[in-house]
Design a protein around this ligand. Structure first.
Ligand code: 8YV
Length: 322
């Protein structure tokens, strides 16, 4: 029997995933479960055939160039792959895979939690109650933004954007979207496509960000784009922090130009910009879009399906193609 391929696993993935990984691979693990620097990755990947990583490890061109020649595949436990320079990897003959589909519903659910949590001032209401400061019911207290029947703009109509749109139909929302091209998919027959970003922004009573982070989408939300949105808009981001310029959103929340924001992601995670902290109109979560037991297991199994296919010489279920 041939030796097992050597797999460097950068984080403590769910135990069912690790049990399966250990059956097929000779694993090197990071039991402290801390995000690894380039130097750590280089040191620990020595002698590995493949790497199973998370979005917390940044594989830039320099790191990829320095990886041992034995490394032939990087499987990321995420659908987003902005943390990997895929061109640099492919140039070096390293195959990259990700985990689409399996986290679509969990992430769309969290987008709706953020949308409702922001609109209905859930943070402020819950925090007041928990602090023992809710003295009495008052007619105008915790009065948020009405959701049902409003216009929802979706930036990025991929799988997750589409799942958000289908959930929004239950709230009788009118869907507008901005995407590279129009999309035909289940539940989107009445969705209105905007090729033009400005005409899209003008329709966003609510904005849900569901696009990847690319040079084109970096800081899509900034001082100027916020000015193009309706008054009393609510901004929701479950994609990547870098699509929103935090300083601009903070200014807009402080001035009231943006009524509320629901963020599952933000710049410089895990360090939330401290200027957000005093803002009652912010509903913020620590990047839990995919955090259900079922989804995290499915993500890990998808990584292993990709690795198994690679080492069997078969087509990968989800190879990142650029
Ligand atoms: C991941 C995510 O769980 O898949 C993605 O792109 O953002 C998350 O849902 C997280 O990035 C860990 O890799």
């Amino acid at each position: 029997m041939s030796a097992k391929p050597r797999l460097f696993v950068t984080r403590n993935f769910p135990s069912d995933v690790m049990v399966r990984a250990n059956k097929t691979y000779e694993t090197t693990r990071n039991d402290e479960d801390n995000p690894l620097s380039s130097a750590d990755i280089l040191e620990r990947s020595a002698g590995s055939d493949a790497i199973l990583c998370a979005a917390t490890e940044i594989f830039d061109r320099d790191l990829i160039a320095a990886l041992p020649d034995s490394v032939r595949m990087i499987a990321t436990f995420s659908v987003g792959y902005d943390h990997i320079d895929v061109s640099a990897a492919n140039e070096k003959g390293i195959v990259v895979s990700n985990t689409p589909n399996v986290l679509t519903d969990a992430t769309a659910d969290i987008a709706f939690l953020c949308l409702l949590g922001a609109a209905r001032l859930a943070h402020q209401a819950a925090a007041t109650l928990r602090a023992g400061q809710w003295e009495r019911w008052m007619p105008s207290q915790f009065a948020g933004v009405h959701v049902t029947g409003k216009r929802l703009g979706i930036l990025g109509m991929g799988r997750i954007g589409q799942a958000v749109a289908r959930r929004a139909k239950g709230f009788d929302m009118q869907i507008h979207y901005h995407n590279r091209r129009p999309v035909e998919a289940r539940g989107l027959d009445e969705a209105i496509y905007h090729q033009d970003a400005d005409s899209f922004l003008a329709e966003c009573d609510f904005l849900s960000i569901n696009c990847p982070l690319t040079p084109e989408t970096k800081y899509f939300i900034n001082d100027e784009s916020i000015e193009k949105m309706p008054e009393i808009t609510v901004i929701v981001n479950t994609a990547r922090g870098g699509v929103v310029e935090d300083a601009a959103l903070i200014r807009a929340l402080k001035s009231g130009r943006v009524a509320a924001a629901g963020l599952d992601v933000f710049e410089n995670e895990p360090n939330l910009n401290p200027d957000y902290l005093g803002l009652d109109t912010l509903f913020v979560l620590p990047h839990i879009g995919s955090a259900t037991v079922e989804t995290r297991n499915a993500m890990g199994f998808k990584c292993l399906d990709n690795l198994d296919a690679f080492f069997a010489g078969s087509a990968l279920p989800s190879q990142v193609e650029i």
